[in-house]
Design a protein around this ligand. Structure first.
Ligand SMILES: Nc1ncnc2c1ncn2[C@@H]1O[C@H](COP(=O)(O)OP(=O)(O)O)[C@@H](O)[C@H]1O
Ligand SMILES: [Mg+2]
Length: 308
């Protein structure tokens, strides 16, 4: 199946600075994709490229298998950029109406009601936007991005400046949009915690380069705290697994061919695991201790970014 969004080796300079240094990643249909990185990493630049607001210097971009320049593709994308772009003097309802005209649509009252319900602004549609909190504005901007019922939502830091309870509310709405409305979502964020709560796939960008990319669950497993990967001299059999299960719980997480991944609950020395396995007749050829968790990696990136 075609990816919803595919970037390959995208390069972009602004002024005389190279902002994106060959970015590649894909967003699959149904993803809530987290695009993570510290301030200045290049997130907004990437998002503007995906939306066709910036031309790329080189590389390849496909949205729904097509060129972003095609008007058909544009109709299938909704977005919220870093500025919410709402009209303060208008009501929520008027903002939605106004925006829908850009798409050559006239929104039915019923549809406006649905959109307001979806973002938990039921009953606030006739209030002027200048009376709204930041969280409410972000939610309205989200409703506005959906007036034309797009397949993909592209959101630049959708919870930025929103208080913690407002962030929870937005996250819940995004999960609903993905699950119930079948939207594919890409959101940028500088908050790993937030991304871990709702995203299934992530890319971390720093200094215009992708540092990490993949399915969150497998990245986590691969980088779990004190995960220990053991390579045995032969393929692991069911018998061996039975033997391992007789040992005190080592937190066996994965078995593939000749490798075993352990994520012990308590700190366990790699050498303990090796000798326990040997005691059960499993010959260890190699043991790799993975120190870095996603958190550790990301905080390193954040520290580096502060210092630059
Ligand atoms: N129009 C521009 N001209 C020159 N440099 C820019 C421009 N827009 C952004 N930048 C620079 O590009 C880098 C990445 O910016 P941006 O994509 O906005 O990062 P992020 O959204 O991750 O915070 C920053 O260093 C920023 O200063
Ligand atoms: Mg930004």
């Amino acid at each position: 199946m075609k990816s919803a969004i595919r970037l390959e080796n995208i390069e972009k300079s602004l002024g005389n600075r190279k902002i994106l240094k060959g970015i590649s990643f894909s967003v699959e249909t149904g993803d809530i994709f987290g695009y993570l990185g510290p301030n200045g990493a290049g997130k907004t630049t990437t998002i503007r490229i995906i939306l066709g607001l910036y031309k790329i210097d080189s590389g390849d971009l496909e949205v729904l298998g097509q060129d972003i320049e095609s008007s058909d593709t544009r109709k299938k994308i909704g977005f919220v950029l870093d500025l919410d772009g709402l009209y303060d003097g208008m009501t929520a309802r008027e903002n939605l109406m106004f925006y829908s005209r850009i798409y050559g649509m006239v929104l039915a009252e019923e549809r406006i009601g649905q959109l307001l319900d979806m973002v938990e602004l039921t009953g606030r549609g006739d209030d002027k936007v200048h009376t709204y909190s930041t969280g409410m504005r972000q939610r309205l901007a989200l409703a506005r991005s959906m007036v034309h019922d797009p397949e993909i939502l592209v959101l630049d830091e959708p919870t930025s400046g929103v208080d913690p309870s407002g962030q929870i509310q937005i996250r819940k709405i995004l999960l609903n949009l993905a699950k119930k409305e079948n939207k594919t979502i890409i959101l940028s964020s500088h908050n790993l915690d937030e991304v871990q709560r709702i995203c299934n796939r992530i890319a971390i960008i720093d200094g215009g380069e992708i540092k990490l990319y993949g399915e969150l669950e497998s990245l986590r497993q691969g980088m779990g705290k004190s995960g220990i990967i053991i390579k045995a001299s032969e393929n692991i059999t069911d018998y061996m697994i039975g033997e391992i299960k007789k040992l005190p719980d080592l937190g066996l997480k994965e078995v593939k061919d000749n490798s075993l991944v352990f994520m012990p609950n308590k700190e366990k020395a790699t050498s303990d695991i090796i000798s326990l396995l040997s005691s059960r007749g499993i010959k260890v050829e190699e043991a790799i201790k993975q120190e870095a968790s996603l958190e550790e990696l990301y905080s390193k990136i954040l520290k580096g970014a502060e210092g630059s």
